[in-house]
Design a protein around this ligand. Structure first.
Ligand code: NGS
Length: 297
């Protein structure tokens, strides 16, 4: 299977990732990781160009222009391993894409607000649409690496697509975990229209857990059907990490989720966050975010 080919390095720098993708050597291990999909494609042999910060193959037209959005707090080691693996995956699928890391850097010591980070990332893309022309969004956990090249990171339909169906810990011999039907966390692929239709994520979830379930309730409320690939194509490796603090209010918040849809979400993000730093390299667009711009120190 694909398992041995996931590259788990945690001791690399962002620059190492950059060098890896910009030199011709040392790429064979990642190229090997082709299983079911387009076995004649090795990502380092694809003629490509960078345009407006996006990688694209030359000679084929990708189905979409894709933004892979990755919220982050305190887990650089996962982010670098993610980049190393995800670029090879995206290139073998001949995507036209960019990876956006949306990192929570302020307020200091605040709990992770993944909802605000996603809303901020989507908002940033929308504000730069003239240049980027993104047509498909991938909302992706930083610790999950797809194992199957046939797990297409594309918006095939109007429906949101949830792809993290089976997850196994790196180096674990135990079987994959499967989750509840309602789960949409992990990796979710959708168009901007769909994101906007549910007013994005709630901004109220501080700490681990529940913000994805809240989004799931929004889809139900808007009668949006979530689709999934078949199980054998939706296997993931979970990279190791320390756990962040959880959200003790999450169950209470979920009880009145549907009431908030129109007032709490993407439409309110501008007044809540501030982009404090933008770093642009050929392997990542790294946004550093203050998720509580009205916070008083
Ligand atoms: C549920 C959480 C979700 C989370 C899912 C999977 O319990 O946010 O577990 O988590 N919901 C609540 O806490 C209400 S995982 O096992 O992948 O860490 O996505």
């Amino acid at each position: 299977g694909a398992f041995p080919y996931v590259i788990p390095y945690t001791n690399i720098t962002y620059e190492d990732v950059e060098n890896f993708y910009n030199t011709k050597s040392n790429k064979s291990r990642l190229a090997m990781r082709q299983i079911s999909f387009a076995s004649n494609i090795e990502f380092e042999n694809i003629p490509y160009k960078y345009e407006n910060g996006m990688w694209s193959p030359i000679g084929v037209t990708s189905a979409q222009r894709t933004a892979i959005l990755v919220p982050l707090q305190d887990r650089d080691y996962n982010a670098k391993a993610f980049l190393l693996n995800m670029h090879a995956f995206a290139r073998r699928q001949l995507l036209t894409y960019l990876i956006v890391i949306i990192e929570q850097v302020y307020p200091i010591n605040s709990r992770f607000n993944k909802g605000r980070l996603y809303n901020a990332g989507v908002r940033y893309i929308q504000q730069n649409q003239q240049k980027l022309n993104i047509t498909c969004f991938i909302l992706h956990d930083v610790d999950l690496i797809p194992e199957n090249d046939g797990n297409f990171y594309t918006c095939e339909s109007k429906h949101p697509k949830h792809t993290t169906l089976r997850i196994r810990k790196l180096n674990s011999t135990s079987d994959y975990s499967r989750f509840y039907e309602f789960l949409i966390g992990g990796a979710l692929i959708l168009t901007f229209d769909m994101y906007k239709r549910v007013n994005g994520f709630s901004n109220l979830f501080w700490g681990w857990g529940g913000e994805d379930d809240d989004l799931s309730l929004r889809f139900i409320q808007r009668r949006a059907c979530v689709v999934r690939p078949s199980y054998e194509l939706a296997n993931y490796i979970a990279l190791p990490h320390s756990n962040g603090r959880s959200n003790n209010a999450r169950f209470k918040l979920l009880t009145w989720s549907t009431v908030r849809l129109d007032t709490d979400g993407y439409n309110k993000i501008d007044s809540m966050i501030r982009i404090v730093h933008i770093l642009n390299t050929s392997t990542v667009l790294h946004l550093k975010i203050d998720v509580d711009a009205n916070h008083i120190y």
